[in-house]
Design a protein around this ligand. Structure first.
Ligand code: IPM
Ligand code: MG
Length: 361
């Protein structure tokens, strides 16, 4: 029997505990003698603050340190919004990204054939959509110093943040994007605001230079405002989109909605050693938390990405993805992806259906 592989499970807040519970059940189902998975759960976000006064308790970080990968739920709830910034739930996530240098955020936006009608866009605009957003995750205006609120020379208060990117930071995310594209349709669109921002002109220059190592992949550039428009006008023109932290935050939410349900989309945040944090794109959804109605598929698909990217278990990942496709084909829907008036299932029932599909698949 192989050595047990430890997975850190950080359910977080809101619907996170419900959706990660289903993903853990699915991982347990693919665990076995050749892939013995063990799970260690720890609080993060608001739950970390409640347990330990810190959105990323030292114990939670230690659990992550001794694991092969992190399965993450979601963080945030209105009752934490008035805390000082350092204590807010989001800081738990931002600090994990920085601590493990998880610079490469992969956010696929796929439209499953059965769900083309769930999009707010016309089915023909989104049917067959398969794009990958590669978002830089550890730099940019999210982390740039200096930042703060100060009194300026005129005696007026002003807020300020700093957008910055080093050449190395741009190179490594560009390489990630070109390598990902090489396995797909071999097209990368780099998104920037080079017509206005120095940092992103530099971004464009560096991406153009890295592209010389990937002649088989086509590179185009697009300003972020145009990219936001093109994503709703004709999203299928894109294969891989690579962009900085802030633009990627915005465009990935937009792309997720093309698919009709943010409840379906997984993500991976990887470092250079392929250690990663895997989380659904959706947030903590406080309005439906604890009701057993959340869609667990994004977290289950995140678990599949975990197997693929951090554990190199391609077959197990593909089995889970196939099981999800099968339950969709069977017509099972949680409320977020159901046609109006159609019968819906809850979080646990959806998890049960994926387990049943795994067992028979
Ligand atoms: C995301 C989220 C985070 C971000 C928040 C929770 C800090 O919106 O993962 O996209 O802005 O990166
Ligand atoms: Mg976001």
């Amino acid at each position: 029997m192989s050595e047990p592989v430890r997975i850190a499970v950080l359910p977080g807040d809101g619907i996170g505990p419900e959706t990660t519970a289903e993903a853990v059940r699915v991982l347990q189902a693919v665990s076995g003698a050749s892939l013995p998975l063990v799970f260690e759960t720890a609080p993060v976000g608001g739950a970390g603050y409640d347990a330990d006064g810190d959105p990323l308790p030292a114990h939670t970080l230690a659990v992550c340190e001794r694991s092969a990968a992190i399965l993450f739920g979601s963080v945030g709830a209105p009752r934490y919004d008035t805390l000082p910034r350092a204590s807010r739930p989001e800081q738990g996530l931002l600090r994990l990204r920085k601590h493990f240098d998880l610079f490469a955020n992969l956010r696929p936006a796929i439209v499953y054939p059965e769900l083309a009608g769930a999009s707010t866009l016309k089915p023909e605009v989104v049917a067959g959509l398969d794009i990958l957003i590669v978002r830089e995750l550890t730099s940019d205006i999210y982390f740039g110093q200096p930042r703060g609120v100060r009194v300026n020379e005129a005696g007026e208060r002003e807020g300020f943040d700093t957008m910055r990117y080093t050449e190395g930071e741009i190179r490594r995310i560009a390489v990630t994007a070109f390598e990902a594209a090489a396995k797909r349709q071999r097209r990368v669109c780099s998104v920037d605001k080079a017509n206005v921002l120095e940092t992103t002109q530099f971004w464009r220059d560096v991406v153009t230079d890295v592209h010389k190592q990937f002649p088989a992949v086509e590179l185009s550039h697009m300003y972020v405002d145009n990219a936001a428009m093109q994503l709703v006008r004709a999203p299928k023109q894109f294969d891989v989109i690579v962009t900085g932290n802030m633009f990627g935050d915005i465009l990935s939410d937009e792309a997720s909605m093309l698919t009709g349900s943010i409840g379906m989309l997984p993500s991976a945040s990887l470092n250079a050693e392929r250690f990663g944090l895997y989380e659904p794109i959706h947030g903590s959804a406080p309005d439906i938390a604890g009701k057993g109605v959340a869609n667990p598929l994004a977290t289950i698909l995140s678990a599949a990405m975990l197997l693929r990217h951090s554990l190199d278990q391609q077959a197990a990942a593909a089995r889970i993805e196939a099981a999800v496709r099968r339950v969709l084909a069977q017509g099972l829907r949680t409320a977020d992806i159901a046609a109006p008036g159609a019968r819906t299932v809850g979080t646990r029932e959806m998890g049960d259906a994926v387990l049943a599909a795994l067992a028979t698949g």
